[in-house]
Design a protein around this ligand. Structure first.
Ligand code: NI
Length: 136
């Protein structure tokens, strides 16, 4: 038998069966490089993040990361090349590959990645590492 919505909430299924407005979530924060969790499924998190400027070079030992541009554009730097990701486009960075997101102007990005993913990966950065993310 299926589960009711209230039962799913009790079981901790975050955001289950309730639609999510990306614009509404984005309106609830304005700081940079501080991802918010807005959904969760199959051990993966759906996150939203805004940023401008350069992030830190890093890689993820065990996680592939998906970056989908919602508003604006940004450049993903790899050690041997750069890739601009425009609004409506996404990029997947495989585990183990060093990368650095850079935005000349503010960009809003949806991230889809395993719940274990730390934003700075193998790097501990006092200013940028976010071990605990807020849920919106
Ligand atoms: Ni990363």
């Amino acid at each position: 038998m299926g589960r009711s919505l209230s039962e799913c909430r009790w079981l901790g299924h975050y955001g289950t069966m309730t639609k999510v407005s990306i614009a509404d979530k984005l309106s609830q924060f304005s700081d940079y490089f501080n991802p918010r969790i807005v959904g969760e499924l199959n051990g993966q998190h759906v996150k939203l993040v805004k940023f401008q400027g350069e992030f830190v070079w890093h890689h993820h030992e065990h996680e592939d990361e998906l970056f989908l541009v919602v508003e604006g554009r940004f450049r993903m730097d790899f050690r041997d090349r750069q890739e601009w990701i425009e609004e409506g486009e996404f990029l997947i960075v495989p585990r183990g590959v060093e990368h650095r997101p850079v935005a000349e102007e503010e960009v809003a990005v949806l991230l889809f990645e395993p719940a274990s993913t730390l934003n700075t990966g193998n790097v501990q950065d006092d200013a940028l590492t976010r071990a605990h993310l807020q849920r919106l």
